[in-house]
Write a protein that binds this ligand. Structure first.
Ligand code: M6R
Length: 628
Protein backbone atom coordinates (compact mmCIF):
# COMPACT_ATOMS: atom_id res chain seq x y z
CA UNK A 1 0.00 0.00 0.00
CA UNK A 2 1.99 2.91 -1.39
CA UNK A 3 5.55 2.27 -2.40
CA UNK A 4 8.42 4.60 -1.73
CA UNK A 5 11.83 4.78 -3.26
CA UNK A 6 14.88 6.92 -2.63
CA UNK A 7 18.17 6.77 -4.51
CA UNK A 8 21.42 8.43 -3.52
CA UNK A 9 24.48 8.03 -5.73
CA UNK A 10 28.11 8.93 -5.29
CA UNK A 11 28.33 10.36 -8.81
CA UNK A 12 25.91 12.36 -10.92
CA UNK A 13 23.74 10.22 -13.16
CA UNK A 14 20.38 10.15 -14.93
CA UNK A 15 18.69 9.20 -11.70
CA UNK A 16 15.13 9.94 -12.80
CA UNK A 17 15.26 6.91 -15.12
CA UNK A 18 16.24 4.75 -12.14
CA UNK A 19 13.52 6.25 -9.98
CA UNK A 20 10.83 5.53 -12.55
CA UNK A 21 12.10 1.97 -13.09
CA UNK A 22 11.97 1.42 -9.33
CA UNK A 23 8.45 2.80 -9.18
CA UNK A 24 7.50 0.30 -11.86
CA UNK A 25 9.03 -2.47 -9.73
CA UNK A 26 6.89 -1.24 -6.83
CA UNK A 27 3.77 -0.55 -8.86
CA UNK A 28 1.86 -3.47 -7.29
CA UNK A 29 1.86 -1.52 -4.00
CA UNK A 30 -0.26 1.32 -5.35
CA UNK A 31 -1.01 2.68 -8.78
CA UNK A 32 -3.53 5.49 -8.69
CA UNK A 33 -0.84 8.15 -9.10
CA UNK A 34 2.92 8.51 -8.83
CA UNK A 35 5.68 11.06 -8.64
CA UNK A 36 9.40 11.67 -8.40
CA UNK A 37 11.51 14.51 -7.04
CA UNK A 38 15.20 15.17 -7.59
CA UNK A 39 17.69 17.77 -6.43
CA UNK A 40 18.93 19.59 -9.51
CA UNK A 41 21.07 22.75 -9.54
CA UNK A 42 20.09 23.54 -5.95
CA UNK A 43 16.39 23.23 -6.51
CA UNK A 44 13.80 20.48 -6.23
CA UNK A 45 12.33 19.31 -9.53
CA UNK A 46 9.15 17.27 -9.53
CA UNK A 47 7.28 15.17 -12.08
CA UNK A 48 3.95 13.48 -11.34
CA UNK A 49 1.35 11.42 -13.14
CA UNK A 50 -2.17 10.22 -12.57
CA UNK A 51 -2.32 6.42 -12.89
CA UNK A 52 0.46 3.85 -12.99
CA UNK A 53 3.98 5.17 -13.72
CA UNK A 54 4.63 2.38 -16.25
CA UNK A 55 1.89 3.91 -18.40
CA UNK A 56 1.74 7.57 -17.53
CA UNK A 57 5.08 8.87 -16.23
CA UNK A 58 6.46 11.17 -18.90
CA UNK A 59 10.19 11.63 -18.45
CA UNK A 60 10.52 13.38 -21.81
CA UNK A 61 8.21 16.11 -20.58
CA UNK A 62 10.24 16.29 -17.35
CA UNK A 63 13.46 16.74 -19.32
CA UNK A 64 11.82 19.28 -21.61
CA UNK A 65 10.53 21.30 -18.65
CA UNK A 66 13.97 21.34 -17.09
CA UNK A 67 15.47 22.12 -20.47
CA UNK A 68 18.10 19.41 -20.48
CA UNK A 69 18.41 16.28 -22.53
CA UNK A 70 20.06 14.44 -19.65
CA UNK A 71 19.16 15.44 -16.11
CA UNK A 72 22.17 14.58 -14.00
CA UNK A 73 21.79 14.37 -10.27
CA UNK A 74 22.85 12.42 -7.18
CA UNK A 75 19.66 12.18 -5.15
CA UNK A 76 15.95 11.63 -5.74
CA UNK A 77 12.83 10.12 -4.25
CA UNK A 78 9.68 8.58 -5.72
CA UNK A 79 6.25 7.32 -4.72
CA UNK A 80 3.40 5.12 -5.96
CA UNK A 81 0.17 6.15 -4.30
CA UNK A 82 -2.84 4.17 -3.10
CA UNK A 83 -5.11 6.96 -2.00
CA UNK A 84 -6.27 7.12 1.62
CA UNK A 85 -6.43 10.86 2.37
CA UNK A 86 -7.78 12.72 -0.62
CA UNK A 87 -8.74 11.29 -3.99
CA UNK A 88 -6.21 10.32 -6.65
CA UNK A 89 -5.06 13.59 -8.25
CA UNK A 90 -1.86 15.32 -9.26
CA UNK A 91 -1.97 17.62 -6.25
CA UNK A 92 -2.44 14.70 -3.87
CA UNK A 93 0.29 12.61 -5.53
CA UNK A 94 3.63 12.54 -3.70
CA UNK A 95 6.30 13.92 -3.36
CA UNK A 96 4.99 16.79 -1.24
CA UNK A 97 6.83 20.05 -0.67
CA UNK A 98 7.09 22.73 1.99
CA UNK A 99 6.03 26.33 1.21
CA UNK A 100 9.46 27.26 -0.10
CA UNK A 101 9.75 24.18 -2.31
CA UNK A 102 13.04 23.30 -0.61
CA UNK A 103 12.08 20.03 1.04
CA UNK A 104 10.46 17.04 -0.69
CA UNK A 105 8.91 14.11 1.15
CA UNK A 106 7.44 10.74 0.17
CA UNK A 107 5.45 8.77 2.71
CA UNK A 108 3.94 5.31 3.13
CA UNK A 109 1.53 4.96 6.05
CA UNK A 110 -1.01 7.11 7.85
CA UNK A 111 -0.35 10.13 10.05
CA UNK A 112 -3.21 9.99 12.52
CA UNK A 113 -2.82 13.45 14.05
CA UNK A 114 -2.31 15.31 10.78
CA UNK A 115 -5.45 17.43 11.14
CA UNK A 116 -4.33 19.13 14.34
CA UNK A 117 -0.77 19.53 13.02
CA UNK A 118 -2.15 21.05 9.82
CA UNK A 119 -4.34 23.49 11.75
CA UNK A 120 -1.35 24.72 13.76
CA UNK A 121 0.85 25.00 10.69
CA UNK A 122 -1.85 26.95 8.87
CA UNK A 123 -2.00 29.36 11.80
CA UNK A 124 1.75 29.77 11.44
CA UNK A 125 1.17 30.80 7.82
CA UNK A 126 1.83 27.55 5.96
CA UNK A 127 0.04 27.04 2.70
CA UNK A 128 -1.22 23.53 1.90
CA UNK A 129 -1.79 22.31 -1.61
CA UNK A 130 -3.13 18.78 -1.06
CA UNK A 131 -5.67 16.87 1.01
CA UNK A 132 -3.07 14.39 2.19
CA UNK A 133 -1.86 13.65 5.69
CA UNK A 134 1.71 13.56 4.34
CA UNK A 135 1.97 17.22 3.46
CA UNK A 136 2.30 18.20 7.12
CA UNK A 137 5.76 16.61 7.17
CA UNK A 138 7.64 19.01 4.84
CA UNK A 139 5.87 21.97 6.45
CA UNK A 140 6.83 20.81 9.95
CA UNK A 141 10.44 20.45 8.86
CA UNK A 142 10.34 23.88 7.25
CA UNK A 143 8.87 25.39 10.42
CA UNK A 144 11.55 23.78 12.58
CA UNK A 145 14.30 24.97 10.25
CA UNK A 146 12.89 28.48 10.48
CA UNK A 147 13.47 28.23 14.21
CA UNK A 148 17.15 27.71 13.47
CA UNK A 149 17.41 23.93 13.61
CA UNK A 150 19.65 22.08 11.19
CA UNK A 151 17.93 19.89 8.59
CA UNK A 152 18.68 16.74 10.61
CA UNK A 153 17.46 18.29 13.88
CA UNK A 154 14.36 19.66 12.17
CA UNK A 155 13.49 16.20 10.83
CA UNK A 156 14.01 14.61 14.25
CA UNK A 157 11.91 17.29 15.93
CA UNK A 158 9.15 16.92 13.33
CA UNK A 159 9.13 13.11 13.54
CA UNK A 160 8.65 13.26 17.29
CA UNK A 161 5.34 15.08 16.67
CA UNK A 162 3.94 12.47 14.28
CA UNK A 163 1.47 9.84 15.45
CA UNK A 164 0.61 6.87 13.29
CA UNK A 165 2.62 4.85 10.84
CA UNK A 166 5.19 6.08 8.40
CA UNK A 167 8.01 5.19 6.14
CA UNK A 168 9.49 8.51 5.00
CA UNK A 169 12.20 9.52 2.56
CA UNK A 170 13.24 13.17 2.62
CA UNK A 171 15.50 15.34 0.47
CA UNK A 172 16.46 19.02 0.62
CA UNK A 173 17.53 21.24 -2.29
CA UNK A 174 20.77 22.27 -0.56
CA UNK A 175 21.85 18.72 0.28
CA UNK A 176 22.34 16.84 -2.99
CA UNK A 177 24.52 14.25 -1.24
CA UNK A 178 22.13 13.40 1.61
CA UNK A 179 19.00 11.31 1.92
CA UNK A 180 17.04 10.93 5.17
CA UNK A 181 14.84 7.92 5.89
CA UNK A 182 12.55 7.21 8.84
CA UNK A 183 10.50 4.20 9.82
CA UNK A 184 7.64 3.74 12.18
CA UNK A 185 5.26 0.91 11.33
CA UNK A 186 5.72 0.94 7.54
CA UNK A 187 8.46 -1.19 6.00
CA UNK A 188 11.71 0.37 4.76
CA UNK A 189 14.90 -1.30 3.68
CA UNK A 190 18.15 0.34 2.64
CA UNK A 191 20.07 -1.26 -0.21
CA UNK A 192 23.81 -0.67 -0.17
CA UNK A 193 26.46 -0.91 -2.86
CA UNK A 194 29.81 0.81 -3.32
CA UNK A 195 28.27 3.54 -5.47
CA UNK A 196 24.75 4.00 -4.19
CA UNK A 197 22.07 3.70 -1.53
CA UNK A 198 18.58 2.59 -2.54
CA UNK A 199 15.82 3.06 -0.03
CA UNK A 200 12.57 1.20 -0.73
CA UNK A 201 9.36 -0.13 0.80
CA UNK A 202 10.30 -3.57 -0.43
CA UNK A 203 13.53 -5.33 -1.32
CA UNK A 204 11.90 -6.02 -4.72
CA UNK A 205 12.91 -2.52 -5.75
CA UNK A 206 16.44 -2.88 -4.38
CA UNK A 207 17.47 -6.12 -6.08
CA UNK A 208 17.92 -4.40 -9.44
CA UNK A 209 20.89 -2.49 -7.95
CA UNK A 210 22.29 -4.62 -5.14
CA UNK A 211 21.51 -7.66 -2.98
CA UNK A 212 23.03 -6.14 0.19
CA UNK A 213 20.63 -4.36 2.48
CA UNK A 214 19.85 -3.13 5.98
CA UNK A 215 16.45 -3.18 7.63
CA UNK A 216 15.22 -0.20 9.63
CA UNK A 217 13.21 -0.96 12.76
CA UNK A 218 10.34 1.14 14.09
CA UNK A 219 11.53 4.40 15.63
CA UNK A 220 14.74 4.50 13.60
CA UNK A 221 16.10 7.14 11.26
CA UNK A 222 18.96 6.88 8.78
CA UNK A 223 21.07 9.70 7.42
CA UNK A 224 22.67 8.48 4.21
CA UNK A 225 25.68 10.36 2.94
CA UNK A 226 27.04 10.02 -0.60
CA UNK A 227 30.13 12.12 0.12
CA UNK A 228 31.86 9.19 1.78
CA UNK A 229 29.14 6.55 1.23
CA UNK A 230 28.40 6.33 4.94
CA UNK A 231 25.22 5.80 6.88
CA UNK A 232 24.27 6.83 10.35
CA UNK A 233 21.27 5.04 11.85
CA UNK A 234 19.84 6.05 15.22
CA UNK A 235 16.65 6.09 17.30
CA UNK A 236 15.14 9.47 16.53
CA UNK A 237 13.32 9.69 19.86
CA UNK A 238 16.46 9.18 21.95
CA UNK A 239 18.17 12.53 22.63
CA UNK A 240 21.68 11.04 22.38
CA UNK A 241 21.03 9.67 18.86
CA UNK A 242 23.61 6.97 19.49
CA UNK A 243 24.68 5.30 16.32
CA UNK A 244 23.22 1.82 15.75
CA UNK A 245 25.41 -0.74 14.04
CA UNK A 246 23.41 -3.15 11.90
CA UNK A 247 24.48 -6.31 10.19
CA UNK A 248 24.03 -6.24 6.44
CA UNK A 249 21.66 -8.84 5.06
CA UNK A 250 21.47 -10.49 1.66
CA UNK A 251 18.23 -10.44 -0.30
CA UNK A 252 16.89 -13.99 -0.54
CA UNK A 253 13.85 -15.60 -2.09
CA UNK A 254 13.49 -13.07 -4.96
CA UNK A 255 14.83 -13.42 -8.45
CA UNK A 256 15.05 -10.52 -10.87
CA UNK A 257 13.02 -12.55 -13.39
CA UNK A 258 10.16 -12.66 -10.85
CA UNK A 259 9.80 -8.95 -11.56
CA UNK A 260 9.17 -9.46 -15.26
CA UNK A 261 6.19 -11.03 -17.07
CA UNK A 262 8.36 -13.13 -19.35
CA UNK A 263 6.24 -14.47 -22.23
CA UNK A 264 2.96 -13.98 -20.41
CA UNK A 265 0.46 -11.18 -20.98
CA UNK A 266 0.13 -10.36 -17.32
CA UNK A 267 1.82 -11.16 -14.02
CA UNK A 268 -1.33 -12.88 -12.83
CA UNK A 269 -1.32 -15.23 -15.80
CA UNK A 270 2.34 -16.01 -15.20
CA UNK A 271 1.70 -16.61 -11.51
CA UNK A 272 -1.25 -18.93 -12.21
CA UNK A 273 0.91 -21.04 -14.51
CA UNK A 274 3.80 -21.04 -12.04
CA UNK A 275 1.75 -22.96 -9.49
CA UNK A 276 3.00 -26.47 -10.29
CA UNK A 277 6.55 -25.18 -9.76
CA UNK A 278 5.81 -23.11 -6.66
CA UNK A 279 3.89 -26.01 -5.12
CA UNK A 280 6.88 -28.26 -5.68
CA UNK A 281 9.10 -25.68 -4.05
CA UNK A 282 6.79 -25.32 -1.02
CA UNK A 283 6.92 -29.08 -0.42
CA UNK A 284 10.60 -29.61 -1.24
CA UNK A 285 12.61 -31.00 1.69
CA UNK A 286 9.64 -30.80 4.04
CA UNK A 287 8.51 -34.41 3.99
CA UNK A 288 9.86 -37.68 5.32
CA UNK A 289 8.08 -40.20 3.12
CA UNK A 290 9.44 -43.33 4.87
CA UNK A 291 7.89 -42.31 8.19
CA UNK A 292 4.97 -40.28 6.86
CA UNK A 293 6.09 -37.10 8.61
CA UNK A 294 6.17 -33.41 7.76
CA UNK A 295 9.58 -31.85 8.37
CA UNK A 296 8.99 -28.23 9.33
CA UNK A 297 12.31 -26.87 10.52
CA UNK A 298 10.88 -23.50 11.50
CA UNK A 299 8.60 -25.11 14.09
CA UNK A 300 11.17 -27.41 15.66
CA UNK A 301 11.34 -25.50 18.96
CA UNK A 302 7.55 -25.61 19.30
CA UNK A 303 7.09 -29.36 18.79
CA UNK A 304 6.11 -29.99 22.40
CA UNK A 305 3.77 -27.02 22.52
CA UNK A 306 2.03 -28.19 19.33
CA UNK A 307 1.75 -31.75 20.66
CA UNK A 308 -0.24 -30.45 23.62
CA UNK A 309 -2.58 -27.86 22.14
CA UNK A 310 -6.35 -28.19 22.19
CA UNK A 311 -7.11 -25.02 20.25
CA UNK A 312 -5.71 -23.01 17.40
CA UNK A 313 -6.52 -19.56 16.08
CA UNK A 314 -5.87 -19.00 12.39
CA UNK A 315 -6.03 -15.36 11.33
CA UNK A 316 -5.57 -13.54 8.02
CA UNK A 317 -7.28 -11.23 5.53
CA UNK A 318 -8.75 -11.82 2.08
CA UNK A 319 -7.14 -14.76 0.36
CA UNK A 320 -5.03 -15.55 3.41
CA UNK A 321 -8.21 -15.83 5.47
CA UNK A 322 -9.69 -18.17 2.85
CA UNK A 323 -6.56 -20.31 3.19
CA UNK A 324 -7.10 -20.15 6.95
CA UNK A 325 -10.66 -21.48 6.57
CA UNK A 326 -9.26 -24.33 4.52
CA UNK A 327 -6.72 -24.96 7.29
CA UNK A 328 -9.54 -25.14 9.81
CA UNK A 329 -11.44 -27.71 7.73
CA UNK A 330 -8.29 -29.80 7.35
CA UNK A 331 -7.04 -29.66 10.90
CA UNK A 332 -10.45 -30.34 12.41
CA UNK A 333 -10.81 -33.21 9.95
CA UNK A 334 -7.46 -34.78 10.79
CA UNK A 335 -6.99 -33.96 14.49
CA UNK A 336 -9.06 -33.37 17.65
CA UNK A 337 -7.88 -29.70 17.77
CA UNK A 338 -10.54 -26.96 17.77
CA UNK A 339 -9.72 -24.33 15.18
CA UNK A 340 -11.10 -20.83 15.03
CA UNK A 341 -10.38 -19.22 11.65
CA UNK A 342 -11.00 -15.49 11.79
CA UNK A 343 -10.67 -12.37 9.67
CA UNK A 344 -7.87 -10.27 11.18
CA UNK A 345 -9.71 -6.94 11.05
CA UNK A 346 -12.47 -8.50 13.19
CA UNK A 347 -10.25 -10.67 15.35
CA UNK A 348 -8.41 -7.68 16.82
CA UNK A 349 -11.56 -6.23 18.29
CA UNK A 350 -13.24 -9.39 19.51
CA UNK A 351 -13.06 -11.16 22.83
CA UNK A 352 -11.13 -14.39 22.36
CA UNK A 353 -11.86 -17.31 24.66
CA UNK A 354 -8.99 -19.75 24.10
CA UNK A 355 -6.25 -19.70 26.73
CA UNK A 356 -2.56 -19.25 25.87
CA UNK A 357 -1.74 -22.38 27.91
CA UNK A 358 -3.29 -24.88 25.52
CA UNK A 359 -3.65 -22.80 22.35
CA UNK A 360 -1.52 -21.30 19.62
CA UNK A 361 -2.06 -18.32 17.32
CA UNK A 362 -1.21 -18.72 13.63
CA UNK A 363 -1.28 -15.82 11.20
CA UNK A 364 -1.19 -16.19 7.43
CA UNK A 365 0.03 -13.48 5.09
CA UNK A 366 1.62 -13.28 1.66
CA UNK A 367 3.20 -9.85 2.17
CA UNK A 368 3.85 -10.22 5.88
CA UNK A 369 2.89 -6.56 6.17
CA UNK A 370 -0.92 -6.52 6.38
CA UNK A 371 -1.71 -4.12 9.22
CA UNK A 372 -4.78 -5.95 10.55
CA UNK A 373 -2.93 -9.27 10.67
CA UNK A 374 0.21 -7.75 12.16
CA UNK A 375 -1.73 -5.96 14.88
CA UNK A 376 -3.68 -9.15 15.73
CA UNK A 377 -0.38 -10.95 16.08
CA UNK A 378 1.08 -8.25 18.35
CA UNK A 379 -2.03 -8.31 20.51
CA UNK A 380 -1.86 -12.10 20.91
CA UNK A 381 1.82 -11.84 21.83
CA UNK A 382 0.90 -9.34 24.53
CA UNK A 383 -1.68 -11.84 25.79
CA UNK A 384 1.01 -14.50 26.10
CA UNK A 385 0.16 -16.71 23.13
CA UNK A 386 2.73 -18.62 21.14
CA UNK A 387 2.57 -16.96 17.73
CA UNK A 388 3.31 -18.77 14.49
CA UNK A 389 3.30 -17.36 10.97
CA UNK A 390 2.78 -18.72 7.48
CA UNK A 391 4.36 -15.97 5.40
CA UNK A 392 5.65 -15.55 1.87
CA UNK A 393 7.91 -12.49 2.07
CA UNK A 394 11.11 -13.41 3.84
CA UNK A 395 12.05 -11.09 6.69
CA UNK A 396 8.73 -9.20 6.56
CA UNK A 397 7.17 -7.70 9.68
CA UNK A 398 4.91 -10.68 10.41
CA UNK A 399 7.77 -13.13 9.90
CA UNK A 400 9.91 -10.98 12.19
CA UNK A 401 7.27 -10.64 14.93
CA UNK A 402 6.16 -14.29 15.02
CA UNK A 403 7.80 -16.66 17.48
CA UNK A 404 8.25 -19.19 14.70
CA UNK A 405 6.87 -20.00 11.31
CA UNK A 406 6.96 -21.52 7.88
CA UNK A 407 7.81 -19.64 4.69
CA UNK A 408 5.52 -20.47 1.80
CA UNK A 409 8.24 -20.12 -0.88
CA UNK A 410 5.86 -18.92 -3.62
CA UNK A 411 8.41 -16.39 -4.89
CA UNK A 412 7.50 -12.77 -5.53
CA UNK A 413 3.83 -12.31 -6.32
CA UNK A 414 3.15 -9.14 -8.29
CA UNK A 415 -0.46 -9.58 -9.46
CA UNK A 416 -2.68 -7.90 -6.91
CA UNK A 417 -5.09 -10.82 -7.01
CA UNK A 418 -3.33 -13.59 -5.15
CA UNK A 419 -2.97 -16.95 -6.89
CA UNK A 420 0.29 -18.79 -6.32
CA UNK A 421 0.48 -17.35 -2.81
CA UNK A 422 -2.89 -18.96 -2.03
CA UNK A 423 -1.87 -22.43 -3.19
CA UNK A 424 1.46 -22.06 -1.36
CA UNK A 425 -0.40 -21.10 1.84
CA UNK A 426 -2.74 -24.04 1.32
CA UNK A 427 0.10 -26.52 0.73
CA UNK A 428 1.88 -25.20 3.82
CA UNK A 429 -1.31 -25.76 5.80
CA UNK A 430 -1.51 -29.34 4.48
CA UNK A 431 2.04 -29.91 5.73
CA UNK A 432 1.23 -28.24 9.05
CA UNK A 433 -1.96 -30.33 9.37
CA UNK A 434 0.01 -33.47 8.69
CA UNK A 435 2.51 -32.59 11.41
CA UNK A 436 -0.34 -32.03 13.88
CA UNK A 437 -2.23 -35.12 12.75
CA UNK A 438 0.80 -37.38 13.20
CA UNK A 439 1.11 -36.41 16.86
CA UNK A 440 -2.65 -36.65 17.33
CA UNK A 441 -3.32 -40.17 16.19
CA UNK A 442 -2.79 -40.35 12.41
CA UNK A 443 -1.08 -43.65 11.55
CA UNK A 444 2.29 -43.86 9.81
CA UNK A 445 0.71 -45.48 6.74
CA UNK A 446 -1.91 -42.72 6.46
CA UNK A 447 0.92 -40.17 6.79
CA UNK A 448 2.84 -41.88 4.00
CA UNK A 449 -0.12 -41.92 1.63
CA UNK A 450 -0.95 -38.28 2.53
CA UNK A 451 2.57 -37.26 1.51
CA UNK A 452 2.47 -39.28 -1.70
CA UNK A 453 -0.78 -37.65 -2.71
CA UNK A 454 0.54 -34.19 -1.79
CA UNK A 455 3.69 -34.76 -3.83
CA UNK A 456 1.60 -35.73 -6.87
CA UNK A 457 -0.27 -32.40 -6.79
CA UNK A 458 2.19 -30.35 -8.94
CA UNK A 459 1.78 -32.74 -11.90
CA UNK A 460 -1.97 -32.79 -11.48
CA UNK A 461 -2.01 -28.98 -11.36
CA UNK A 462 -0.20 -28.99 -14.69
CA UNK A 463 -2.96 -31.12 -16.21
CA UNK A 464 -5.64 -28.81 -14.82
CA UNK A 465 -3.88 -25.79 -16.33
CA UNK A 466 -3.64 -27.49 -19.73
CA UNK A 467 -7.43 -27.04 -19.86
CA UNK A 468 -7.05 -23.24 -19.99
CA UNK A 469 -8.55 -22.80 -23.46
CA UNK A 470 -11.69 -24.65 -22.43
CA UNK A 471 -12.01 -22.36 -19.39
CA UNK A 472 -11.54 -19.31 -21.61
CA UNK A 473 -14.35 -20.62 -23.84
CA UNK A 474 -16.60 -21.12 -20.80
CA UNK A 475 -15.90 -17.55 -19.61
CA UNK A 476 -17.13 -16.37 -23.02
CA UNK A 477 -20.26 -18.53 -22.80
CA UNK A 478 -21.29 -16.79 -19.58
CA UNK A 479 -20.24 -13.33 -20.67
CA UNK A 480 -23.77 -11.91 -20.41
CA UNK A 481 -24.52 -12.97 -16.82
CA UNK A 482 -25.72 -10.30 -14.43
CA UNK A 483 -25.16 -12.15 -11.16
CA UNK A 484 -22.84 -14.83 -9.92
CA UNK A 485 -22.40 -16.94 -6.83
CA UNK A 486 -19.82 -19.51 -5.86
CA UNK A 487 -20.90 -22.49 -3.80
CA UNK A 488 -19.15 -25.37 -2.08
CA UNK A 489 -19.61 -27.60 0.94
CA UNK A 490 -17.20 -28.68 3.68
CA UNK A 491 -13.61 -28.51 2.50
CA UNK A 492 -14.76 -26.98 -0.83
CA UNK A 493 -16.44 -24.04 0.88
CA UNK A 494 -13.23 -21.98 1.36
CA UNK A 495 -12.49 -22.51 -2.33
CA UNK A 496 -15.92 -21.13 -3.23
CA UNK A 497 -15.03 -18.05 -1.15
CA UNK A 498 -11.67 -17.74 -2.85
CA UNK A 499 -13.27 -18.17 -6.30
CA UNK A 500 -15.72 -15.36 -5.52
CA UNK A 501 -12.97 -13.09 -4.18
CA UNK A 502 -10.88 -13.58 -7.35
CA UNK A 503 -13.92 -12.97 -9.53
CA UNK A 504 -14.95 -9.72 -7.83
CA UNK A 505 -11.41 -8.36 -7.61
CA UNK A 506 -10.88 -8.80 -11.33
CA UNK A 507 -14.30 -8.26 -12.89
CA UNK A 508 -15.65 -5.59 -10.48
CA UNK A 509 -18.92 -7.59 -10.35
CA UNK A 510 -20.44 -8.50 -7.03
CA UNK A 511 -19.98 -12.23 -6.45
CA UNK A 512 -21.65 -14.15 -3.65
CA UNK A 513 -20.05 -17.10 -1.88
CA UNK A 514 -21.92 -19.55 0.29
CA UNK A 515 -21.77 -23.03 1.71
CA UNK A 516 -23.76 -25.00 -0.85
CA UNK A 517 -26.42 -26.14 1.63
CA UNK A 518 -27.13 -22.53 2.60
CA UNK A 519 -28.53 -21.80 -0.85
CA UNK A 520 -32.09 -22.64 0.10
CA UNK A 521 -31.96 -20.32 3.12
CA UNK A 522 -31.84 -17.11 1.10
CA UNK A 523 -29.29 -16.93 -1.75
CA UNK A 524 -31.76 -18.93 -3.88
CA UNK A 525 -33.81 -15.74 -4.23
CA UNK A 526 -31.29 -14.23 -6.66
CA UNK A 527 -31.38 -17.20 -9.02
CA UNK A 528 -32.92 -16.61 -12.44
CA UNK A 529 -31.79 -17.15 -16.02
CA UNK A 530 -29.31 -14.26 -15.83
CA UNK A 531 -27.58 -15.67 -12.75
CA UNK A 532 -24.67 -18.08 -12.78
CA UNK A 533 -24.07 -20.51 -9.93
CA UNK A 534 -20.57 -21.97 -9.87
CA UNK A 535 -20.75 -25.17 -7.84
CA UNK A 536 -17.66 -27.05 -6.67
CA UNK A 537 -18.69 -30.68 -6.46
CA UNK A 538 -16.11 -33.41 -6.96
CA UNK A 539 -17.11 -36.98 -6.15
CA UNK A 540 -16.54 -37.25 -2.42
CA UNK A 541 -18.85 -38.21 0.43
CA UNK A 542 -20.77 -34.92 0.11
CA UNK A 543 -21.50 -35.44 -3.59
CA UNK A 544 -25.03 -36.86 -3.24
CA UNK A 545 -26.21 -34.16 -0.88
CA UNK A 546 -24.61 -31.52 -3.10
CA UNK A 547 -26.42 -32.90 -6.15
CA UNK A 548 -29.72 -31.88 -4.57
CA UNK A 549 -28.62 -28.23 -4.73
CA UNK A 550 -27.87 -28.63 -8.43
CA UNK A 551 -31.45 -29.78 -9.00
CA UNK A 552 -32.67 -26.79 -6.98
CA UNK A 553 -30.67 -24.26 -8.99
CA UNK A 554 -31.93 -25.71 -12.26
CA UNK A 555 -35.53 -25.78 -11.05
CA UNK A 556 -35.29 -22.00 -10.67
CA UNK A 557 -33.89 -21.62 -14.22
CA UNK A 558 -30.46 -20.63 -12.93
CA UNK A 559 -27.42 -21.11 -15.12
CA UNK A 560 -24.93 -23.57 -13.80
CA UNK A 561 -21.19 -24.20 -14.04
CA UNK A 562 -19.98 -27.24 -12.12
CA UNK A 563 -16.41 -28.06 -11.21
CA UNK A 564 -16.18 -31.76 -10.67
CA UNK A 565 -13.78 -34.66 -11.14
CA UNK A 566 -13.79 -37.39 -13.80
CA UNK A 567 -15.97 -39.61 -11.61
CA UNK A 568 -18.45 -36.86 -10.74
CA UNK A 569 -18.72 -35.86 -14.41
CA UNK A 570 -20.26 -39.27 -15.17
CA UNK A 571 -23.11 -38.75 -12.73
CA UNK A 572 -26.59 -38.27 -14.32
CA UNK A 573 -27.10 -35.04 -12.36
CA UNK A 574 -24.41 -33.39 -14.48
CA UNK A 575 -26.81 -33.30 -17.46
CA UNK A 576 -28.31 -30.27 -15.66
CA UNK A 577 -25.10 -28.28 -15.83
CA UNK A 578 -24.74 -25.70 -18.63
CA UNK A 579 -20.99 -26.24 -18.51
CA UNK A 580 -18.67 -28.56 -16.59
CA UNK A 581 -15.00 -28.11 -15.82
CA UNK A 582 -13.56 -31.55 -15.23
CA UNK A 583 -10.55 -31.95 -12.95
CA UNK A 584 -8.61 -35.21 -12.43
CA UNK A 585 -9.87 -37.74 -9.91
CA UNK A 586 -7.83 -37.84 -6.70
CA UNK A 587 -7.38 -40.81 -4.37
CA UNK A 588 -7.56 -38.66 -1.25
CA UNK A 589 -10.57 -36.32 -1.53
CA UNK A 590 -9.09 -33.97 1.08
CA UNK A 591 -6.64 -32.78 -1.60
CA UNK A 592 -9.30 -31.51 -4.05
CA UNK A 593 -9.15 -27.87 -2.89
CA UNK A 594 -5.53 -27.68 -4.08
CA UNK A 595 -6.56 -28.28 -7.67
CA UNK A 596 -10.14 -27.04 -7.86
CA UNK A 597 -9.03 -23.47 -7.13
CA UNK A 598 -7.05 -23.30 -10.39
CA UNK A 599 -10.04 -23.30 -12.79
CA UNK A 600 -11.63 -20.61 -10.63
CA UNK A 601 -8.52 -18.42 -10.94
CA UNK A 602 -8.54 -18.94 -14.71
CA UNK A 603 -12.27 -18.33 -14.97
CA UNK A 604 -11.94 -14.98 -13.17
CA UNK A 605 -8.87 -14.15 -15.27
CA UNK A 606 -10.53 -14.81 -18.66
CA UNK A 607 -13.78 -13.18 -17.63
CA UNK A 608 -11.94 -9.98 -16.65
CA UNK A 609 -9.82 -10.15 -19.80
CA UNK A 610 -12.89 -10.12 -22.04
CA UNK A 611 -14.18 -7.11 -20.08
CA UNK A 612 -10.90 -5.35 -20.86
CA UNK A 613 -10.07 -4.82 -17.17
CA UNK A 614 -6.60 -4.22 -15.82
CA UNK A 615 -5.78 -7.72 -14.60
CA UNK A 616 -2.64 -7.06 -12.59
CA UNK A 617 -3.87 -3.86 -11.04
CA UNK A 618 -7.59 -4.04 -10.39
CA UNK A 619 -9.16 -0.72 -9.56
CA UNK A 620 -9.20 0.51 -5.94
CA UNK A 621 -6.88 -2.24 -4.68
CA UNK A 622 -3.24 -2.57 -3.65
CA UNK A 623 -1.08 -5.58 -3.01
CA UNK A 624 -0.20 -5.04 0.63
CA UNK A 625 -2.70 -3.30 2.84
CA UNK A 626 -0.68 -1.55 5.48
CA UNK A 627 -3.48 0.70 6.72
CA UNK A 628 -6.24 -0.35 9.06
O1 M6R B 1 -0.39 -9.97 2.13
P1 M6R B 1 -1.55 -10.64 2.75
O2 M6R B 1 -1.65 -12.08 2.41
O3 M6R B 1 -1.62 -10.45 4.25
O4 M6R B 1 -2.82 -9.92 2.14
C1 M6R B 1 -4.11 -10.20 2.58
C2 M6R B 1 -5.14 -9.69 1.60
O5 M6R B 1 -5.06 -8.30 1.51
C3 M6R B 1 -4.96 -10.30 0.21
O6 M6R B 1 -5.03 -11.69 0.26
C4 M6R B 1 -6.04 -9.79 -0.76
O7 M6R B 1 -7.30 -10.24 -0.36
C5 M6R B 1 -5.70 -10.24 -2.19
N1 M6R B 1 -5.82 -9.14 -3.07
C6 M6R B 1 -6.56 -11.35 -2.66
O8 M6R B 1 -6.38 -11.67 -3.99
Amino acid sequence: MCGIIGILKKENSELSDNLVQSLIDLEYRGYDSAGIAIVHNSSIKIEKCLGAPSQYMDLDRFKKNIGEEKILTTVGIGHNRWATHGKPSISNAHPHLDCGGDIAVVHNGTILNYESLKENLKKQGHNFKSDTDTEVVPHLIEENMKKGLSLEDAIVESASLLEGSFGLAIIHKDYPKTLFVLKNGSPISIGISNEMFVVASSTNAILRYTDRYLVLEDGEMAKLDAENMSHNIFKYKQPARSRLYKAEQVIEGILLEDLSKGDFDTFMQKEIFEQPATTRSTILGRTNTEEGLAVLGGLIDYKEKLRNIDNLYIVGCGTAYNAGMLGKELIENLTPINVSAQIASEFRYRKQNFSPDNSVFLSISQSGETADTLESLKEMKRKGFTTLGIVNVVGSAIAHESDAGIYTRAGTEIGVASTKAFTAQAITLYLFSLSLARVHGMSESSGISFIKELESIPDIMKKVLENHQEIERIAEVFRDIEKIQFLGRGIHMPIAYEGALKFKELTYMEAGSYPLGELKHGPMAVIDDMSLSVVILPKDDLFSIGSISIEQIKSKSGRLLVITDEEGAKSPVMRLADEIIVIPKLNNPVMYPLIEVLPLQLFAYYFAKQLGNNIDKPRNLAKSVTVQ
